[in-house]
Structure formats: structure tokens, C-alpha cells
Design a protein around this ligand. Structure first.
Ligand SMILES: [Zn+2]
Length: 562
């Protein structure tokens, strides 16, 4: 018979759990459901070194220890996962993402390596779509095709001249259409650009590329695919399935609408969510809304923290300035080659102050999008004012992206207990875009290392769809700061693998006030676990993104198996 006391004694004797009887006391060693034996464990909990095995009961980790200790907890029905040769880590966390920006049901995935493959994918959908109805492709990236050029109108005309086609860039600001699309909308070479948008032309001819409000122009013409409530529910299943396959166990909806909330609720009730979601309600009016969703929730008495471990309301999301990857964030110095361009502010200081006060009054945590140093300073000012008389614990105000900083901003962020959430895959993935900032500025952009050195719990953030969410690419990007062409962007910001791992696990949990239930392989925490085929600590840094996921476990249930 294995008693708890004997177990603790055995664990203590093996040096695994010295000084931690209180943690083990949380565990209930009756029948355990699953044990993971062998392999290299990185618990991300300093109290548990040299762990060789782990036991799961229900949704939780109940014990960690040596192979013999944990084996002794297994009975006949216990599932045994042999992790020999594998590496076991906590499930990865993404603190800023937009999982539902694209709809995988009503659109064609065109985030493909070549224009030819994009054309083939579109042809399949065209064959199933009535003539004249729109075909939509999402997630292409104009700088990534094997052909070495952007996709254009002619490429899409080769797919169909009877269906209007629109491709949406993964960055969310531009697109490409075919000739039929222009015809349906009555756009000719003579049509002027709409206010706040552009139909791009070369030598007076339309190229097919359209930007900002010119994309919305087409929505008034023809029959567009419309996602049903069921489609939206299915979209949650599909995207969280892809996230689980990449090693994520928690993500964030960083600009949540009523329709998004409904989709997650439906998916949750059907037990189809493959990732936990922290839901940040949107503070601005979205298509068709008359009240921002954050006010709708708040007026119904729902505040940050409402929900359960699968789907929980997080901070309210505000947006202070433009974007890093699309080169519109508000900086104190100009963009390279554009001496009059300092970027765009979406809110002035008074509006930021009002937003912060409103959120505090309504019982909401706050996540403010601020990329450029000017915008970051403005948001910090508002936070600092409120914090002067803050009565309770650190409210963990967040700055989303927090891209361009300097030593004084870092000191103020530290002193205010503010959490920055810079892009974790951008240095690698968007390398070709960083020339417009220049190497000097890049030493202070996505400044993970500066935050770590200052003792700031910087959060892991993909900003998917603009940025890839894959945590293995995040590790490589954070550790090497190297783009696919071998350019290093901001060498002073390189992290160690240990620092990057901590950001992508524990810091992610801290950013959503969930460090007591996830982020490490600790008895009592949720069984959110990833089995990797290589150990990130022993992998060549330039190959980290190729580490294969062997299995992802979410609350004791496998959400991905290779
Ligand atoms: Zn975002």
C-alpha cells in the first residue's frame, strides 16, 4: 500500500520536493488517470528539479517525482504515457491573439508557400461556389511567396473570371482582388481612391492590390459568404485545434465582439475548445454594433475574471496608436526615409484618461494597445495617475505590443507593475519589414531582454493573425532575433532559452491572473502539458522552430497527438 506519508518521504529522500510538503498535501492519491513516465522534464517551477515523471487526476497534476514514485501511483485503468526520449514542459500560453480574425469555414486558407499553391486552393473553392458569388482567401503574406513577388490581379484572373475573388493579407490592412471583383463593384482605372483607402495602380492600370477602406468598398457588391452561428462555432474548433497542434494550451481573444463571445460559448458547451481562452472584450464599435461589447457585458454585471478555466473574461482592450508591422505606430522620431511621418495616434491624452477611468469604474482589468514610444508614454501617464491612489493589489495594467521603448519608459513600467506584451515571433517572421525602422531603433523594439533584466514579467504575445502563434517559432525568434534571411534585428534583445521558456509559460499565466492554476508543472495546477520531440535547451538555436510537438494535453485530455 502506498501512503501519502510514505510518498512524501520517498520524494523528500530523492531530493525532489525538499521543503514542499504543503504542495503535495493538495494532491489526493487515490486512483490517478494518467501518468507520464521518463523523458526530460522542465517544470518551470524552481521547487521541482530532476523530475522524471508526473501523475494526472481529472484535470489536474497531482504529483511529480521519480519514475518509481509515480509508477507506484498507477493502477490497472491508469493510462501510461511513455515519454522516454521526449521533453515535457508546461503547455504554452499566448497572451495576445485574434483566433477568429479569419473564418476557416467560409474562407480559403491561402497562407501557402507559393502563388501556384494559392491558385490551386482557390480553384477548389471556385468549383463549389455559384458563379458570381465571392470567393475569399485569408492569411496570405505578400513578402513570403517562393516566386519572390507579390500575388496580383492576373494571378487571380487565372483562377476565375466568373467569380469575384478577394484575398485578405494576414496583417489585416490590405488585400488583392481579381478583374471580376472590380467589375462587380464598378471600379475602373478612372475610379478615384476612396477616403482612407487605395486601389493600387501601376502605369495607370489596377494591380489588384487594395488597402484599408478600399477593401470594405467591395462589401456592398455581390453575394459574400456569410458565416452562420454554426460556422463560427466550427471556426473555434478548427483554429484551437491548430493552436493545440503547435503546443499552445491557452490563448487570448484580444478584441472580442459579441459574435466572438457567442462562438466561444457555443464551442465550450459542445466541448469542442482545444485551447483555453482569455477573452478581452472590445471597447470600440465593431461592424453593426451600437454599444461597444465591453459596455454590454459590464452593464450585465460581468467583469474581468467572470467565467471558468476554459473561457474567462480578461481585460478590456483599448487602442491608442497604429501598428508596428504596417509601419503606422506613433513614435517620437520619424520613419526611415519619411522625415515627416511619425505614425498615427487613435486617441488623445484626454481620451486615454477617460478610457482608463471608465474601465476602473466598471471593475475591468485594462489592456491598452500602444506600440510607439509616444503612445506608450501617454498610456503610462494615465496608469500612473490612477495607481497613485490605488487601494489594493497591483491591478497588472497591460500595454499590448509595447514595441518601442527606452530606459526611462522601462523604469516607469517596472515602477508601475505594468505588464508589456510585445510580439514574440515578429523579429523572426517579419524581418523584411524592419528596414523601415533601422537597426538602431530595433535595439529598442520588442525589448524582451530589457524587460527581463529590469525584472518585468513581460507577457508572450503572437498577435495572430498578423504574427504566427507557434510557440516554437517564438522561442527561436526571442533567442536569435534573426529573420529567415539571416539578418539579426536588435542583437541586444536576445534571450536565453530559459528566459524565453519562462515568458511563454509562467509569465503568460501571470498576465491573466492565473499563475496559481497554470504556467508550470506543479502539483495542484491544471494538467496543461506538452511533449516535445527535442529539448529546446539542447537544440541548435536556429532550429528551435522545427521542434516537433509529440502531444499536447489540456486539463488531462489530449488535444493533439502526432
Ligand atoms: Zn492585436
Amino acid at each position: 500500500m502506498w501512503t501519502k506519508r510514505k510518498f512524501i518521504r520517498a520524494m523528500a529522500a530523492s531530493g525532489l520536493v525538499a521543503n514542499t510538503p504543503s504542495l503535495l498535501a493538495k494532491a489526493n492519491f487515490g486512483h490517478v488517470d494518467t501518468v507520464i513516465l521518463g523523458g526530460t522534464f522542465h517544470t518551470m517551477d524552481d521547487r521541482f528539479h530532476a523530475v522524471q515523471a508526473l501523475a494526472i487526476k481529472g484535470e489536474h497534476i497531482v504529483a511529480v517525482g521519480s519514475i518509481d514514485d509515480i509508477k507506484a501511483l498507477a493502477s490497472a485503468p491508469t493510462e501510461i504515457i511513455d515519454a522516454t526520449g521526449l521533453t515535457v514542459t508546461p503547455g504554452f500560453i499566448d497572451s495576445h491573439s485574434h483566433p477568429l480574425f479569419t473564418n476557416s469555414v467560409t474562407s480559403v486558407f491561402v497562407g501557402l508557400p507559393s502563388i501556384v499553391e494559392v491558385q490551386n486552393a482557390l480553384r477548389k473553392r471556385v468549383a463549389q461556389t455559384p458563379a458570381g458569388h465571392w470567393v475569399v482567401g485569408t492569411m496570405y503574406d505578400d513578402t513570403k511567396f517562393a516566386e519572390g513577388r507579390a500575388i496580383n490581379k492576373n494571378d487571380l484572373d487565372a483562377v476565375s473570371t466568373t467569380h469575384p475573388i478577394m484575398l485578405e493579407h494576414r496583417g489585416g490592412h490590405t488585400g488583392v482582388v481579381n478583374s471580376k471583383a472590380f467589375a462587380v463593384a464598378g471600379v475602373t482605372t478612372d475610379t478615384p481612391n476612396p477616403e482612407g483607402g487605395a486601389f493600387y495602380r501601376t502605369n495607370g492600370q489596377l494591380t489588384g492590390r487594395v488597402a484599408e477602406k478600399a477593401r470594405f468598398f467591395f462589401l456592398n457588391y455581390g453575394v459574400w459568404p456569410k458565416a452562420s452561428r454554426k460556422d463560427n462555432q466550427e471556426n473555434v474548433r478548427l483554429v484551437t485545434e491548430r493552436m493545440a497542434a503547435s503546443g499552445l494550451t491557452s490563448t487570448t481573444e484580444a478584441l472580442g465582439t459579441a459574435e466572438n463571445w457567442q462562438a466561444y460559448q457555443d464551442s465550450y458547451r459542445a466541448n469542442e475548445m482545444n485551447c483555453r481562452v482569455s477573452f478581452m472584450p472590445n471597447s470600440v464599435l465593431w461592424l453593426g454594433e451600437t454599444t461597444p461589447f465591453y459596455h454590454v457585458l459590464s452593464d450585465a454585471g460581468i467583469q474581468s475574471g467572470y467565467g471558468n478555466n476554459m473561457l474567462r473574461v480578461g481585460a478590456v482592450k483599448f487602442v491608442a496608436d497604429g501598428s508596428a508591422s504596417e509601419r503606422t505606430m506613433r513614435m517620437s522620431t520619424a520613419y526611415r526615409g519619411r522625415p515627416d511621418d511619425f505614425g498615427i495616434l487613435m486617441m488623445d491624452q484626454a481620451q486615454i484618461e477617460t478610457a482608463v477611468d471608465d474601465a476602473v469604474k466598471r471593475g475591468y482589468r485594462i489592456a491598452f494597445h500602444a506600440n510607439g514610444d509616444v503612445a506608450i508614454d501617454m498610456v503610462l501617464k494615465a496608469y500612473e495617475r490612477v495607481l497613485k491612489t490605488w487601494p489594493g493589489n497591483n491591478p497588472r495594467f497591460r500595454i499590448e505590443h509595447c514595441s518601442l521603448v527606452n530606459p526611462s519608459l522601462i523604469t516607469r513600467i517596472k515602477n508601475s507593475g505594468v505588464i508589456p506584451a510585445p510580439f514574440y515571433t515578429y523579429a523572426h517572421y517579419h524581418g523584411e519589414k524592419w528596414h523601415e525602422y533601422g537597426s538602431e531603433k530595433m535595439e529598442w523594439m520588442f525589448a524582451h531582454k530589457s524587460f527581463v533584466d529590469a525584472g518585468i514579467p513581460v507577457a508572450p504575445a503572437s498577435d495572430y493573425t498578423p504574427g504566427p502563434f507557434e510557440p516554437m517559432m517564438a522561442l527561436q525568434s526571442l533567442v536569435t532575433r534573426k529573420d529567415p534571411d539571416g539578418n539579426v534585428w536588435g542583437a541586444s534583445q536576445k534571450l536565453t532559452v530559459a528566459e524565453a521558456m519562462k515568458i511563454c509559460t509562467m509569465n503568460g499565466a501571470y498576465a491573466s491572473f492565473e499563475e496559481n492554476i497554470k504556467g508550470s508543472l506543479t502539483p495542484g495546477k491544471l494538467a496543461d502539458i506538452v511533449l516535445l520531440e527535442q529539448d529546446p535547451f539542447k537544440t541548435e538555436h536556429d532550429s528551435l522552430q522545427h521542434i516537433k510537438i509529440n502531444r499536447t494535453i489540456l486539463g488531462g485530455r489530449s488535444t493533439f497527438e502526432a
